[in-house]
Design a protein. Sequence first.
Length: 129
Amino acid sequence: MTHRRSALRSILMTSALAIAAAGLQQATPAWAGGDSEIIVAVTKLTVHLDPMGSNSNVNERVSNNLVETLLNYDLATGEMTPGLAESWSVDETSGILSVTIRQGVKCHNGEDFNAEDVEYMFGPARYNS
């Protein structure tokens, strides 16, 4: 009886692997055309789509795919790289960060990205609305 169950298990496992392999061979990457929908699996849904709304790994993974930042952190080198700011400097005395904003960037509403947008992102009006 045990030998029969073992043989049945082996047949089922082999069949499952064959079916899975066949499915993988027929898989089409999302960018290859056809569907306009991409399904992304996450372990947990973010509480906010605003990157400053929640400090969590889940929120960071989602917001990094939705918004562009002034500067990017390169995990491989540990260095800051340009984002919406094409260059930047920090005043050693005051600690003030000065940025040169990349030209030709459009906001979600079609308007040009400018210094007022940066000011709003870091200002109190964003949190009081």
